[in-house]
Design a protein around this ligand. Structure first.
Ligand SMILES: *[C@@H]1O[C@H](CO)[C@@H](O)[C@H](O)[C@H]1NC(C)=O
Ligand SMILES: *[C@@H]1O[C@H](CO)[C@@H](O)[C@H](O)[C@H]1NC(C)=O
Length: 243
């Protein structure tokens, strides 16, 4: 083989033989108290693994080094509890996630000498708390007549992130007048206020139906971001027209 060909073969070999990151699997959201499995798929090709690490918001919390004993090591990072029995050179299992487990996760794979090739991948995970109760409507009257003012509040159960509230009268969405958020220990309850003067077309049947819908949606705008929707509805009787 002449030198040029040899060089070409060496270069080609380096090109195809390097460590490659295939993909990162981090759930876009996890419910509080559950476990989360974070995984990075990579192909070492002809490289040998030196270390496999995970970072949360740039802080390293897990490292797997095949040549060290023990092979796994965890570092203290707020909100992270690693289950070593279910973690290895490709994935890490987080236990009992809390609100402060939310963050940006990065995996890093480093190959051994002489190349020390390395690859990284990142993804966000948000921890979500769903409300325990359906939204509550207050301020309702039993009987309504044209000209009456509907003055209602709808308050969602505490959640993270906070719920968005929607109002419907006889199935048609109406705009709220104001929305107030109340936060406690990271959980948010939303109160929406509706003030509406009733018009004849609200009262065309025997009953008026008011529905409040509370929607909790994870912040990441991915296809699987929709999470939880609860509704509460009330029915008011329409006062008969006099004469
Ligand atoms: C993180 O969450 C844990 C458990 O919910 C709590 O004990 C801790 O104080 C929180 N830390 C911060 C910085 O919010
Ligand atoms: C509705 O909410 C507002 C603001 O929180 C409060 O001042 C008012 O008393 C509430 N009204 C009813 C009927 O619950």
């Amino acid at each position: 083989m002449d030198l040029a060909l040899l060089l070409f073969v060496v270069l080609l070999r380096q090109e195809v033989a390097a460590l490659k990151l295939l993909r990162i699997n981090v759930p876009s959201y996890t419910l509080r108290g559950k476990n989360a499995l974070l995984e990075c798929r990579y192909d070492l090709e002809s490289d040998k693994l030196y270390s496999f690490s995970w970072y949360k918001d740039h802080e390293e919390f897990y490292r797997y080094v095949p040549r060290s004993e023990p092979t796994q090591h965890s570092y203290h990072v707020e909100g992270i509890k690693v289950d070593h029995r279910n973690s290895d050179y490709r994935r890490v299992h987080l236990q009992d996630v809390g609100l402060n487990t939310s963050g940006r996760y990065k995996c890093e794979v480093v190959a051994e000498a002489p190349n020390f090739n390395s690859v990284i991948a990142e993804a966000n995970m948000e921890v979500v708390v769903l409300p325990e109760e359906s939204p509550a409507i207050t301020g309702e009257e039993k009987i309504y007549a044209s000209g009456d003012v509907l003055a209602l509040n709808c308050t969602s159960g505490r959640s993270h992130p906070g719920a968005h509230l929607k109002w419907f009268i006889n199935g048609e969405q109406v705009k709220a007048d104001s929305e107030l958020r109340h936060e406690q220990h990271g959980l948010i309850s939303t109160t929406s206020t509706l003030r509406l003067e009733l018009e004849p077309d609200h009262l065309s049947s025997e009953k008026i139906n008011v529905r409040c819908e509370a929607i909790v949606q994870s912040s990441q705008k991915t296809n699987d971001s929709y999470i939880d929707s609860r509704t509460t509805e009330i029915f008011g009787t329409i006062k008969e027209k006099q004469g």
